[in-house]
Design a protein around this ligand. Structure first.
Ligand code: AP5
Ligand code: ZN
Length: 214
C-alpha cells in the first residue's frame, strides 16, 4: 500500500504510523522526523531547515521534495510506504506525482486526520518523544512506565522544541492556510481521500484506519 497521512499537529499521524507500517510491511517516511534528525546532526539540510521549524513555518518545498525522493529509493519502501506530513503544498503533491510516475506506482489512499484545533494544545504540550526511535508518549494519554524514560530502551525522553503553545499557533496556521485546503482538494479530485475521526482514542482511530484499508 502507498499511503499519505494528512492532519494538523497532534492529530495522531505519528502515533498511528508504526501500527499501520507493521501490519502492511510499509516504510514510514515522516518529513518532520527526518528534518529533526538533520537539524540534530547539523547537516547542510538541517542548517537550512532549523529556523523555519523552530518558528512553526513550512520548510522550502525543494528541501523536503529532495529528502522524500531520496528516501523512496530505500529497499524497505519498495513494497509500499506511509508518507507522514508530506505533501504539505500543491507543489509537493505535484512533485510527488512525478516521482511516483517515474517509478510506475501511485498513491492508494490519503488518510485525513480530521480533528478540531481545540483538542490539539493539550496533546502537543503533553507529548514526550524518544528521539532515536521516534516513539512518542503523552503524560496523560499515553504515559511511559517510568516518567521521562523510554519503555523499550530505558533512555531519556525529550520534548520537541516546537511543542509549545506559541509555536503550535503558527503550525496550525500553516496547516489551515497552506496544507489543508489545497492538499485535501488535490486528492479529493482523485477520489482517494478517507476521513478519520481523529479525536477518538488511539485504538478507535486504528480501527477506522484498518476499515479504510481492508
Ligand atoms: P511534523 O513533525 O510533521 O509535525 P506536525 O505536522 O506538526 O505533526 P506532529 O508530529 O506534531 O503531530 P502527529 O500527528 O504526528 O501527532 P502524534 O501522533 O505524535 O513537522 C514538524 C515541522 O517540520 C513543520 O512545522 C515544518 O517546519 C517541517 N516540515 C515537516 N514536513 C514538512 C513538509 N512536507 N513541508 C514543509 N515543512 C515540513 O500525537 C501527538 C500527541 O498526542 C502524542 O503525545 C500522542 O501520544 C498523543 N495522541 C495521539 N493520538 C491520540 C489520540 N487519539 N488520543 C489522545 N492522545 C493522542
Ligand atoms: Zn508526527
Amino acid at each position: 500500500k502507498r499511503l499519505i497521512l494528512v492532519g494538523p499537529p497532534g492529530s495522531g499521524k505519528g502515533t498511528q504510523s508504526p501500527i499501520i507500517k507493521d501490519e502492511y510491511c510499509l516504510c514510514h517516511l515522516a518529513t518532520g522526523d527526518m528534518l529533526r534528525a538533520a537539524v540534530a546532526a547539523k547537516t547542510p539540510l538541517g542548517v537550512k531547515a532549523k529556523e523555519a521549524m523552530e518558528k512553526g513555518l513550512l520548510v522550502s518545498d525543494d528541501l523536503v521534495v529532495g529528502i522524500i525522493n531520496e528516501a523512496l529509493e530505500k529497499p524497505s519502501c519498495q513494497k509500499g510506504f506511509i508518507l507522514d506530513g508530506f505533501p504539505r503544498t500543491v507543489v509537493q503533491a505535484e512533485k510527488l506525482d512525478e516521482m511516483l510516475k517515474r517509478r510506475g506506482v501511485k498513491v492508494d489512499k490519503v488518510l485525513n486526520f480530521a480533528i478540531d484545533d481545540e483538542i490539539l494544545e493539550e496533546r502537543i504540550t503533553g507529548r514526550w518523544i524518544h528521539p532515536s526511535s521516534g516513539r512518542s508518549y503523552h503524560t496523560k494519554f499515553a504515559p511511559p512506565k517510568v516518567p521521562g524514560i523510554d519503555d523499550v530502551t530505558g533512555e531519556p525522553l525529550v520534548q520537541r522544541k516546537d511543542d509549545t503553545a506559541a509555536v503550535l499557533k503558527s503550525r496550525l496556521e500553516a496547516f489551515h492556510k497552506q496544507t489543508e485546503p489545497v492538499v485535501i482538494d488535490y486528492y479529493s479530485k482523485k477520489r482517494i481521500v478517507a476521513n478519520l475521526h481523529a479525536e477518538k482514542p488511539p485504538p478507535e482511530v486504528t480501527a477506522e484506519v484498518q476499515k479504510v484499508l481492508s
